[in-house]
Design a binder for this molecule. Structure first.
Ligand code: I24
Ligand code: DGL
Length: 265
């Protein structure tokens, strides 16, 4: 079997990144680890997010991954630098790809960033955007109610749309032409977010941009699986494997996926 691509997330949200990956890189095997037991990370302290993320990476580092994707925006914001410094395999977070794509998309370099409280407070997106466009003007907005809304399963409903629009009203006097979905869960709210922002605003999904980066790094390092490779995905969760499996089945349209419960550290 080919070595898998490791993917870590605070829970199930990183499956939005895996979905893009399976679609664009169908020969690649994914080894996913979600820390469902301790999710959400977005409202935790910097120290907690850092420690939990390092524990997840340590676990996958023992499992012969060829590359690591930190699919969680909060974990990327807090721990990407430490992970890059500590391991030899290539590491890709979701923030640099999203930040870079937003600068390419924005003609005014005025960009809104949506994310969890911890991600927004870290200013990781602001810092990465300013590295590529020093003149950029950033409008950060944390949306603490969005993750529970998605996890309620009712994310397509009218009432959820109202709550999303209400939060986005904080940006009504801001002038920007691009908005970043800086959280794993926000692609599920994309329609509501789009309809709650002015028509000309372009939406960047960090999940989608990250997969383009994965493809580029696999190519540069000659790490692609062979064309004949049949992908075998494994999903590890620190939480309930049955509910996790239901979400994997539904979201990735996989029949009887391999889902296992594990303990960290
Ligand atoms: N969506 C998410 N998390 C959940 C959920 C959901 N429950 C229903 N849906 N629960 O995230 C998180 C809590 N843990 C508890 C232990 O087991 C695992 C879950 C968003 C998922 C993004 C891929 C709604 C739902 C679903 C299937 C697909 C998408 C979705 F059931 F939003
Ligand atoms: N995965 C997290 C993120 O992308 C959202 C869920 C959480 O707060 O743990 O920021």
């Amino acid at each position: 079997m080919e070595r898998p691509i490791g993917v870590i997330d605070s829970g199930v949200g990183g499956l939005t990144v895996v979905k893009e990956m399976i679609q664009h890189l169908p020969n690649e095997s994914v080894l996913y680890l979600g820390d469902d037991e301790r999710c959400p990370y977005g409202s935790r302290t910097t120290e907690e997010v850092h420690q939990f993320t390092m524990e997840m990476v340590q676990k996958l580092a023992t499992m012969d991954i060829k590359l690591l994707v930190i699919a969680c925006n909060t974990a990327t914001a807090i721990a990407l630098e430490s992970v890059v410094a500590a391991y030899n395999f290539p590491v890709i977070g979701v923030i640099v790809p999203g930040a870079r794509a937003s600068v390419n998309s924005s003609t005014s370099h005025k960009i809104a960033v949506l994310g969890t409280t911890r991600t927004i407070q870290s200013e990781a997106y602001t810092n990465e955007i300013k590295k590529v466009a020093a003149d950029a003007l950033i409008y950060p907005l944390d949306c603490p109610e969005f993750v529970p809304l998605v996890e309620s399963g009712q994310y397509q409903s009218e009432s959820v749309k109202e709550i999303v629009h209400e939060r986005l009203r904080h940006l009504e006097h801001a002038d920007f032409d691009t908005a970043i979905l800086g959280c794993t869960h926000y692609p599920l709210l994309e329609h509501h977010i789009e309809s709650g922002l002015p028509n000309h605003v372009k939406i960047i999904s960090s999940a989608m941009e990250t997969v383009k980066d994965v493809e580029r790094v696999l190519s540069e390092r000659r790490l692609f699986a062979v064309k004949e490779a049949v992908a075998e995905h494994i999903f590890l969760t620190t939480g309930n494997s049955k509910t996790f499996k239901t979400i994997v089945e539904e979201w990735l349209a996989l029949k009887n996926p391999n889902v296992q419960h594990i303990q960290l550290p």
